[in-house]
Ligand binder design. Sequence first.
Ligand code: TXA
Ligand code: MG
Length: 314
Amino acid sequence: MCTADAIEKSASQLIAGHLVAFPTETVYGLGADASNPEAVRRIYEVKGRPVDHPLIVHISSMHLLDMWATDIPEYAIKLARGFWPGPMTLVLKRTSEAKDFITGGQDSVALRVPNNPIALSLLRSFESKGGKGVAAPSANRFGQVSPTSADDVISELSSFLMDGDLILGGGKCDVGIESTIVDCSNAAPLILRPGAITKEMLEASVSLSEPESTLSDIRVSGILEKHYAPRAKVTLDQIPQFGQGFIALASFPTPHGVIRIASPRDMVEFAQILYQSLRKADLLELQEVVVLQPVGEGIAVGVRDRLLKASKGR
Ligand code: TXA
Ligand code: MG
């Protein structure tokens, strides 16, 4: 676990232009000073991610929104008040602080206040040293499964990090899948990526715009096919065969000769264990893992979204 000293040191390393991986309630992030082009360039290098993919800027409080975003609609303020700190990212019209190297040249910037004590302490300490925001994609190599523990980050990235970069440990992530992304750059909010802040939760405070046409001009890397994928082939909603891995709700029994990888009790736990279970399939060197997807609304939508992409393979 990590001490106040470790957090303080990590904040200084961010200010000095180094990378710091840190826990959030969703997945671990690979952080860099969002105002430092060289530090942000290293995120892309370490992840092996195409440079035109925009990053989420993390801040400790919605009071810092104005630094990064302008023309903020009333409904976005309402969402920020209702769900921050939390697993929700808002895409807003950018200020001049959000440079092209953060936004992928788009006129909008993605912002999030994470709900994890280590992440929040790190952000506050960074801000107290003059930092404005921490850019952090999930701390995995591009296209692979997001890390939900410090050990996952170490196995994904340690050979790509340099002296001065740090990994802050903070146990397992509570949510397990990435934040809900809401585009707030138009007249009505639009969900770009489903997550733990569900459509139903958002609709309780704002009217959502229907998904369709607007998606085309926005680049969300999670929308690319072949994402969140382990080495094992992921097959959805089939009867598993002898020697295959199997992930399903606890209520589904394991057929004979099938390797049960996880038995979550409900859809919330399904999200929590999803990525670690896909990693486990690789650790066991399985060729194929069958997943019975959770049905219904709520976070199950986010789980199915990630599984669909995982099933497209690497
Ligand atoms: O839960 C999360 O969101 C985690 C933790 C670390 O905060 N972060 C995360 O980052 O998932 P990443 O880079 O793996 O995914 C960020 C997504 C990408 O799909 C990116 O395209 C989208 O956010 N994004 C960033 N800026 C955007 C913008 N201006 N407009 C639309 N999408 C944007
Ligand atoms: Mg990612």
